[in-house]
Design a protein around this ligand. Sequence first.
Ligand code: MG
Length: 385
Amino acid sequence: MKRLAILGSTGSIGQSTLSIVEQFPERYSVATLAAGRNLDEAFAQCVRWRPKVVSMATDELALGLWARLREDHISGIEVVHGSAGTVAVATHSEADFVVSAIVGVAGLEATHAAILAGKPVGLANKECMVAAGEILTAAAREHNVPILPIDSEHNAVHQCLRVGEHREVKAIWLTASGGPFRQTPIEQFAAITPEQALKHPTWVMGRRITIDSATMLNKGLEVIEACRLFDVGPEKVRVTVHPQSTVHSMVEYVDGSILAQISVTDMRLPILYALAFPERPASNLTFDLSKLRHLDFEEPDLKRFPCLRLAFEAAAKGGAHCIALNAADEVAVEAFLERKTSFMGIPRTIEAVLAATPESHPATIAEVLRADEDARETARRLLAR
Ligand code: MG
């Protein structure tokens, strides 16, 4: 029995993880939860899963949850809050495996703490790898802790890498759906509204990642994530636009063979893979090959998607530039959703913040968080102009 700590339990990955636990009760159970801001959902999860510890984003929310649990005579659940609470959830002695699915750098400290505590991590939070990948992978090597990617592309790459040696890898091919504006004339980009950008053709996801898919910044973050997870330089990572989102990613080997992973577009599969690795439990997540008509692959248009170009540039510089890329994007996406900047204001803001970021390589999580805050401040200042 694997007992799980789920960071981000009320989000879409967290809920999919719980549905895997529901389907495989003989394999998995819930130890602890970090539930964030959704009080109703946190309460429902406490009733259903009876975690040992549950963490809420703030003191106030923790008090609210505690009161509701008491009202319903539910005891034995410790309610904590804030970043210390998330760390307590991630490092709890009864947790054997940590699912890291808090969006943004908010999950960074707890993910790092889990690795230091020797807990295997299923990583859905790409911002952690982008902002502090060098630190996290070094800690994982030192403590002999596996980091198993839940991001569908990296999960696919992880699967394809199992058949070859690192030195035999010629390129890692990340597939991208191209988002809702793959064929929109470039002149119309300035007028794109949040409503249009929030409609993703193939995946249902959170708001920021949906906008990031529309700008292809998401793919850029995944390029950096791939460099860190699989220990390759950005010159070995390629992006191909594949609108069907059927091939989740590929690995090209030096002999000319390309291995691809194909499956349903359902996050429960990469979650199950990460939880069960190196096993493969039987599931009902089947893919009907007979419904497959054709697969398209095309080169991404960097004029249309400058965010992808900026991400490759940041990947080559590493350190503070990757932190700034992620931080500036998060601030710019928020401004876009609040109609305070345009769709193309997102890459403009990121480019300006990157230009203002001196090259440096933060060595601790505290330094990473400081660089992250600096970049956010710069982005806010630029957007306020
Ligand atoms: Mg992805």
